[in-house]
Design a protein around this ligand. Structure first.
Ligand code: ATP
Ligand code: MG
Length: 454
């Protein structure tokens, strides 16, 4: 990994930046200085940069603007990882970016950005953001940033970013990295450090709480004490974050290859109960009980991503919320509800509770529901109607889900076997799985039964 190649200490290339910034008063960060790390030092090869992002930077620079590749892509390249996208930051305003790239699209309300397309690649070009001190189009409520369109200098843009390791500016033309906040050294030490006063920064945007957990999981970096300590107490601030944004974060946490570690980090930071309010509370404040199904699903999801197989939020939420669905449907069954209705109503309630925290777009929640309802339908293995299930669109996902349930509840193994064989095209007319006979000496799965009415 390139970052381990640091030889000379940052500080040898210190230049003075003319800068005023009001939010960031951390004793550790001297924002009046920046460090330049040469290509020979940082060791990122030019061929690792996205050629289209580099070209966009060059074109902006040729038009007289400052421009850099920034954020996660620089960090990932330094860690020897392949960045999933490249962001560009520039002194050009969105309109000026449009002058340079006439076919770009201006998007976003909270952060106004230009989407530049080059040879099919999408590059996000953002104007340097400034601090809140200057006024302008910058709206806050209880310390939370609602809109943030104050343009600023490169220095200001560096310190309004969240973590030091995300605030490195790479100039693909000169090959140099600029570091205003000590991010380069932090990355070398695998240290996660919020820029400025952590409490102020978390309050400004509580999603940073989740990002701390995500970067710990994804990058294996350790938060320093000041960054980690306030997280647990500030977790309730997540309730003010729009559910759609939290859905995006949940997908990044669990569907990008480090889901198991993300869950561990969320638990350790005490963020899980706020994110998943319907789950049973765990042994400590902020923790939830992680079911075997959920743990296995996260493991499988991480494996699937390694193998470049598709993953879907629908299955993730099915596993996340199965435990409350079972509990609620059991209550409904005891009240005399049919098996199908019990699961449907429980699903409704559980999804309603969850969507107060994170959104679950309908196209996913509909599939989640189907996976759950099929669990009830799987138990009907007599007659001929079971065959229809094999041809239903969600059969495969629901079957995979059944297999996971069997890990937690071995009494489901014969049922799994039935459906495994069913897919092999075996004639079941003689070797039919008879759920009554086979379940005689097994404990009852309560939600399967319809209680007798008196
Ligand atoms: P990844 O791409 O792995 O999700 P990233 O760091 O690139 O990680 P993005 O959400 O793509 O994350 O954001 C790009 C950059 O924008 C970050 O590196 C950071 O500098 C800045 N940024 C993103 N979210 C915030 C935030 N909530 N507060 C401050 N800066 C942020
Ligand atoms: Mg990114």
């Amino acid at each position: 990994m390139q970052i381990t190649q640091i030889k000379s200490k940052p500080g040898t290339h210190v230049k003075l930046a003319q800068l005023f910034y009001s939010t960031c008063h951390s004793a550790e960060i001297d924002i009046n200085n920046f460090v330049t790390i040469s290509q020979a030092e940082h060791g990122i090869r030019l061929k690792d940069f996205c050629p289209h992002a580099s070209e966009a930077v060059r074109e902006l620079q040729e038009a007289g603007f400052e421009a850099f590749i920034v954020g996660g892509s620089v960090r990932d390249l330094l860690l020897g990882k392949i960045p999933k996208d490249f962001d560009v930051a520039t002194s050009a305003t969105p309109e000026e970016v449009q002058d340079v790239f006439p076919r770009c699209r201006l998007i976003g309300r909270r952060f106004r950005l230009a989407h530049v397309r080059k040879a099919g690649a999408l590059i996000e070009v953002a104007t340097f953001r400034g601090s809140s001190a200057g006024g302008g189009d910058h709206e806050k409520s209880n310390g939370r940033i609602l809109r943030d369109n104050v343009f600023g200098t490169v220095e200001e843009d560096a310190i309004r970013r969240d973590f030091t390791i995300n605030a490195l500016f790479l100039d693909p033309v000169s090959g140099e990295i600029r570091d205003y906040v000590g991010g380069y050294e932090d990355l070398a030490n695998r240290r996660l450090r919020l820029i400025g006063d952590p409490e102020v920064r978390y309050r400004e945007d509580p999603v940073r709480l989740l990002r701390a957990a995500r970067f710990e999981a994804k990058l294996g970096v350790d938060p320093d004490e000041a960054t980690e300590t306030p997280i647990r107490a500030m977790a309730p601030l997540l309730k003010d974050v729009p559910p759609a944004r939290l859905f995006e974060e949940v997908c990044k946490l669990f569907l990008t290859g480090h889901g198991v570690r993300s869950m561990e980090a969320l638990q350790r930071f005490g963020l899980s109960t706020t994110l998943f309010p319907g789950l049973r509370k765990g042994s400590a404040r902020g923790k939830v009980q992680v079911s075997t199904i959920l743990r296995k699903t996260l493991e499988n999801t991480d494996d699937r991503i390694k193998e470049s197989k598709p993953v879907t939020p629908a299955f993730l939420f099915a596993a996340l919320l199965w435990q409350p669905v079972v509990e609620k449907s059991n209550v409904l069954l005891e009240q005399g509800e049919s098996e199908y209705n019990a699961i449907m109503r429980a699903a409704e309630e559980v999804i309603a509770t969850q969507t107060q925290s994170t959104a679950i777009p309908r196209r996913f929640s509909a599939v989640t529901r189907q996976i759950w309802v099929m669990q009830a339908r799987f138990t009907r293995t007599r007659g001929k109607r079971w065959k229809r299930l094999l041809h239903e669109q969600r059969f495969r996902a629901a079957y995979d889900f059944l297999l996971l349930r069997a890990v937690e509840d071995p009494s489901l193994e014969p049922l799994c076997e039935f459906w495994t064989k069913a897919q092999e095209g075996i004639d079941f007319s003689r070797t039919r799985y008879d759920s009554k006979d086979e379940s005689r000496d097994r404990p009852r799965r309560r939600y399967r039964r319809r209680p007798q009415r008196s």
